[in-house]
Write a protein of this length. Structure first.
Length: 230
């Protein structure tokens, strides 16, 4: 016979999570002007993170020192937008398909590439290596900035505002994340979309289990450092 103590019922864990969150927010509410202080700190951290990621974005004088970035910009310059969905799904002839443009070795994701290509067309009306570099790096920095904010949302859901604020501070200052934001590569996009499901309602039960097994400071540090390696 299985032990009745092997697993905590979902209703109990959900109630435990909600009660702890209400207890923390209630304690902060008793102290005047404490809740908005955390929000202000988060906003300031996001501004600092944006400055670190967008400052010097067009470094390198278009010498394309990163081999992956050079290849992606080459592909983005060769592909062209389609006029209809039927052309898009016609993979054998689609002008958006890198394999139809002499890049049969293309094994990266297509969503960031297509987004950058259409943005270039919308902003400049034409494509080129410099245009793809400017738009691609901007989107890469924006994706990593979104990743930083996701770290805060998950930290706040698990452990409250204080740990969420600590987590976003670590993520904002992660050197490798800042470095990857200055290249048009798929790293920042992959990290963002990998972390995005953690804020969905369906992940609440899993996050509750993580809360009960992982020490809060360990989470804050791992979000800022481990995800920099993603």
């Amino acid at each position: 016979m299985d032990s009745p103590y092997t697993e905590t019922p979902p209703l109990i864990t959900d109630h435990y999570q909600r009660s702890n969150q209400k207890t923390e927010e209630g304690a902060l509410a008793k102290r005047p002007n404490r809740l908005w202080v955390y929000d202000l700190i988060v906003i300031l951290i996001l501004i600092a993170a944006a400055l670190l990621r967008f400052n010097g974005l067009f470094w390198g004088e278009y010498q394309y020192l990163h081999p992956d970035e050079r290849f992606l910009i080459w592909v983005g310059t060769d592909i062209s937008p389609v006029n209809s969905l039927s052309e898009y799904f016609d993979t054998a002839n689609s002008s958006l398909n890198p394999h139809n443009r002499g890049h049969g070795f293309y094994v990266y994701g297509t969503l960031p590439m297509f987004a950058a290509r259409y943005a270039v067309e919308w902003i400049f009306g034409q494509t080129g290596w410099q245009e793809m570099t400017q738009v691609g790096r901007g989107l890469s920095a924006l994706a990593d900035l979104g990743m930083v904010f996701l770290v805060y949302l998950v930290g706040r859901r698990l452990y409250g505002r204080r740990v969420g604020t600590l987590a976003i501070a670590f993520a904002a200052a992660a050197v490798l994340q800042i470095q990857q934001s200055h290249f048009f590569t798929m790293d920042t996009f992959a990290a963002f979309f990998s972390f995005l499901p953690f804020i969905s309602p369906s992940s609440s039960q899993a996050l509750t289990q993580v809360r009960q097994t992982v020490w809060a400071p360990m989470y804050a540090r791992s979000c800022g450092r481990a995800w920099a390696l993603a």
